[in-house]
Design a protein around this ligand. Structure first.
Ligand code: ATP
Ligand code: MG
Length: 563
């Protein structure tokens, strides 16, 4: 096991072997290479923890590099958010912040070298012809006429491509590899295309842009990366990654692929997340229902919980789906140790304690965290009028309902035993609006002097002192485990969960939370973990439910173990 990263895995085994063989002079240098075309999500966190974690554990280095070679979709807004999110997760690239666009000049020179070596050529097939010439998985491709051009002609044409002499899309530079290769990526892939689009960093300096496969491996090489860790879909690109480096005879990092994270009830494609944002189907990238890091942060997830989650799921060579309950378990485990307990009532039902003096208020002692004595105690006010949870009362309870009911006695946590005497209804609607109860003054603190037992302990707040708040409850964003599983003519948005957000407007919370800053996390006793949302104001506090208390995953685990 290691401190920050993930536990032992096949990537670490490769690195161990390399170190033993003194490959790369005993250095370990990784990178995290996001494309700034969206916000980071929890899948990226897996890659960040892996790359930065390995560098940390092996006393190596990890670069942050923006793979910004596709100016049509990229933006500085994304660059800024990515930097913020990596830092928030707890990782630091020190002075090693790089951009593929910083290498455009050098990449161009490498392309010139390939042309000079007769390993690249300018092709003027139309995109349709290119597709047609490419062949299929079962049929080899055909060679482009441009393949036969002389080095001089290719050099001249490529330089004129850069100089802006040709229209967008009329010519490309291609690697001269093998049109009959069974790996389609090796059939003379495009290296450069003509594209008159302003780049968020280089402006209009360039009208040709390198393709990802070309730029990526060469950027790795230029930065002295030793292990280039990427997700499985690049396995088929590895021969090309290797080909460019061999053809140019430059420092050759080793590409290693691992399985990307996918979670049920969640989508992880940036393109689809962008659609949710653009179509207003969520309230922005940081909507607490989003799997983005800024969404999870706003929801109340801690960086520690996400790092722990990444550690728990490990790194494998085959794709699989992780249950989103594993993520929820990671925040529960973290907050169970750290979050202060408070009492809040989400769906209030008024209780009047008839035998309690009208003008009296007591300050009762409550424990802040039973898991951690050092977190101490606090005072909660108790008075004649209280709120309890609506579903903690039933007028005509079934057998297994042990909470409050007419004539029944229960404990109010940290306070007294109360007994329900009467139910008051709204004359017009018949709805229960109030319970008349009596308390036993002998049971202060929640203990009965005569050893009398009650079957339930309820949370509550004192009506006069409680703070009225808004609470936002979140459920899975999608109703289907696999949101891509849709009816024939529908897309993934048809599987959005209409009940993913439930807003409760008249919740009450004990006054100890007054003045707490946004981002503060609590356990609401018996309800779950909650966090103060940035929408809070001096007039109204707003809480997000991070997770309920129930640990469905642990239950599933237990069942499995029993089998
Ligand atoms: P796309 O390339 O389709 O825009 P991407 O999710 O691959 O999307 P990148 O910005 O290229 O986005 O990702 C940066 C790094 O994060 C890559 O190395 C990628 O392999 C890794 N990564 C992306 N998604 C996941 C995931 N779900 N699990 C693990 N790693 C991921
Ligand atoms: Mg990618």
């Amino acid at each position: 096991m290691t401190t920050e990263g993930v536990s032992s895995n096949f990537i670490r085994d490769i690195i161990d072997q390399d170190l033993q063989a003194n490959k790369n002079a005993g250095l370990v240098h990784t990178r995290f290479p996001p494309e700034p075309n969206g916000y980071l999500h929890v899948g990226h966190a897996k890659s960040i923890c892996l790359n930065f974690g390995i560098a940390f554990d092996y006393n190596g280095l990890c670069n942050l590099r923006f793979d910004d070679t596709n100016p049509t979709k990229e933006d500085t807004e994304y660059v800024d958010s990515i930097k913020e999110d990596v830092k928030w997760l707890g990782f630091d690239w020190d002075d090693r912040l790089f951009y593929a666009s910083d290498y455009f000049e050098q990449l161009y020179k490498y392309a010139i070298q390939l042309v000079e070596k007769g390993k690249a050529y300018v092709c003027d097939l139309t995109p349709e012809q290119m597709r047609e010439y490419r062949g299929t998985l079962t049929e080899p491709g055909r060679e482009s006429p441009g393949r036969e051009r002389s080095v001089e002609d290719n050099l001249d044409l490529f330089k004129r491509m850069r100089a802006g002499e040709f229209e967008d899309g009329t010519r490309v530079l291609r690697a001269k590899i093998d049109m009959a290769s069974p790996n389609l990526n090796m059939r003379d892939p495009i290296i450069y295309r003509i594209l008159r689009v302003e780049h968020h960093r280089t402006g209009n300096k360039w009208c040709i842009y390198p393709m990802y496969d070309f730029a990526h491996g060469l950027s790795d090489s230029m930065e002295g990366i030793t292990h280039s860790i990427c997700t499985l879909e690049f396995e088929n690109h590895r021969p090309l990654y290797d080909w460019f480096l061999d053809a140019l005879d430059i420092h050759h990092p080793q590409q290693i692929e691992f399985a990307r994270l996918s979670l049920n009830y969640t989508i992880m494609s940036k393109r689809k997340l962008l659609k949710l944002v653009e179509d207003g189907l969520v309230n922005g990238w940081d909507d607490p229902r989003m799997p983005t890091l800024c969404g999870l942060r706003r929801r109340g997830y801690t960086p520690e919980s996400i790092r722990n989650f990444c550690k728990m799921i490990g790194v494998a060579k085959v794709n699989s789906k992780i249950d989103i309950a594993v993520l929820e378990k990671s925040i529960r485990d973290d907050l169970n140790k750290r979050a202060s307990r408070v009492m809040a009532v989400l769906r209030p039902l008024k209780v009047v304690i008839e035998n309690y003096p009208e003008d009296q208020t007591e300050e009762l002692e409550a424990i802040n965290n039973p898991e951690d004595d050092s977190m101490g105690t606090r005072k909660v006010p108790f008075s004649r009028e209280l709120y309890i949870e609506r579903d903690d009362f039933m007028e005509d309870p079934p057998k297994k309902f042990f909470r409050l009911a007419p004539g029944r006695e229960v404990r109010l946590r940290y306070a007294y035993f109360i007994t329900c005497k009467e139910v008051i209804r709204d004359e017009n609607t018949g709805e229960i609006v109030e319970l008349r109860c009596v308390y036993d003054p002998q049971t202060k603190g929640g203990d009965s002097p005569d050893g009398r037992k009650v079957k339930a302990t309820l949370h509550w707040v004192a009506a006069a002192q409680a703070i009225k708040t808004e609470v936002r409850l979140y459920n899975h964003l999608f109703i289907k485990e696999n949101p891509e599983d849709t009816e024939a003519d529908a897309d993934f948005t048809s599987n959005l969960n209409p009940e993913s957000l439930e807003t409760l407007n008249s919740c009450w919370i004990e006054p100890s939370v007054a003045g707490a800053i946004e981002g503060t996390r609590y356990q609401f006793e018996r309800l779950g973990y909650f966090c103060i949302d940035p929408d809070s104001s001096a007039q109204k506090m707003v809480f997000n439910r991070i997770a309920s208390l129930r640990d469905t995953w642990a239950k599933v685990k237990k069942k499995e173990e029993k089998r």
